[in-house]
Design a protein around this ligand. Structure first.
Ligand SMILES: NC(=O)c1ccc[n+]([C@@H]2O[C@H](COP(=O)([O-])OP(=O)(O)OC[C@H]3O[C@@H](n4cnc5c(N)ncnc54)[C@H](O)[C@@H]3O)[C@@H](O)[C@H]2O)c1
Length: 249
């Protein structure tokens, strides 16, 4: 049996094929959890799982924006380790930046479908499984963004969904507390992942200058806070929105 704060737990992580999701799988496994690395990109999820080994991790294809795909993922996740996940991390997310006057409707819809509706579908379906299985000490962690507070030009779709994730998290924390399920969200600043790799260099330099720590964050620095929220070290933290930005406001 694995030792560590999360020993005996199964975690389901979306967006696990890249960036923060992949780092989260690594840190949760380090802390003793068995991890289901779920992503729309199955190959990327498999790479994440392979890095951790078959005993500790399994990969799963899921499109969080599709109710039927998420429903299948619940059944598949249960089968992987013969146990429902008591930790869920909603890290799948996309950007489709552009000025509002020129934003195609599908860029708005796509970002909404993954970032906000996807968080809803995964939370709803996995919370149902947690309740049905009478699991205790459950934790759901959602990825919002500091952009929910900064409201940058060119990010009407993304900022609105990430602000929505904060409200959604609070509602979920109020509805699920009585079932022993805590729900919190994290607002990362600018983290060095493929999502930020496409941000123009000039903007990244401005961000670094505005950040008191003078650098981008690393995915592991978000994953460590996720691991804290997943563990009983944060047993009384519920409905919180935690900024992890190096002080960037
Ligand atoms: N990187 C940052 O600076 C930053 C800052 C604030 C918030 N965030 C948020 O953190 C989360 C992770 O970001 P990241 O930087 O790791 O991004 P990333 O682009 O590196 O990884 C996102 C992953 O999500 C997957 N994905 C996309 N759509 C999906 C879908 N419909 N179903 C399942 N998987 C899907 C992608 O395949 C990819 O593997 C996102 O929600 C993002 O909005 C990131």
């Amino acid at each position: 049996m694995a030792s560590g704060l999360l020993a005996g737990k199964v975690a389901f992580v979306t967006g696990a094929g890249s960036g923060i999701g992949r780092a989260t799988c690594r840190i949760l496994a380090r802390d003793g959890a068995k991890v289901i690395a779920a992503d729309r990109n199955l190959q990327a999820a498999q790479e994440t799982a392979q890095q951790l080994g078959a005993e500790r991790a399994a990969a799963l294809e899921v499109d969080v924006s599709s109710a039927s795909s998420v429903q299948s993922a619940v059944a598949a996740a249960l089968a992987k380790f013969q146990q429902a996940p008591s930790i869920v991390v909603n890290s799948a997310g996309i950007t489709r930046d552009g000025y509002m006057l020129k934003m195609p409707e599908h860029d708005y819809d796509d970002v909404y479908s993954v970032n906000l509706k996807g968080t809803f579908l995964v939370t709803q379906q996995f919370a149902k499984a947690m309740i049905e299985q009478r699991l205790s000490e459950c934790s759901i962690v959602n990825l919002s963004s500091i952009v929910a507070r900064l409201n940058n030009v060119g990010q009407a779709n993304y900022a609105a969904t990430k602000a929505g994730v904060i409200s959604f998290t609070e509602v979920a924390s109020k509805e699920f507390g009585k079932f022993g399920i805590r729900v919190n969200c994290i607002l990362p600043g600018y983290i060095d992942t493929p999502m930020v790799a496409v941000v123009p260099e000039k903007i990244k330099q401005q961000v670094v200058q505005r950040c008191p720590l003078g650098r981008l964050g690393q995915p592991e620095e978000i994953a460590e806070v996720i691991a804290f929220l997943a563990s009983q070290k944060s047993a009384y933290v519920n409905g919180a929105a935690i900024e992890v930005t190096g002080g960037l406001k």
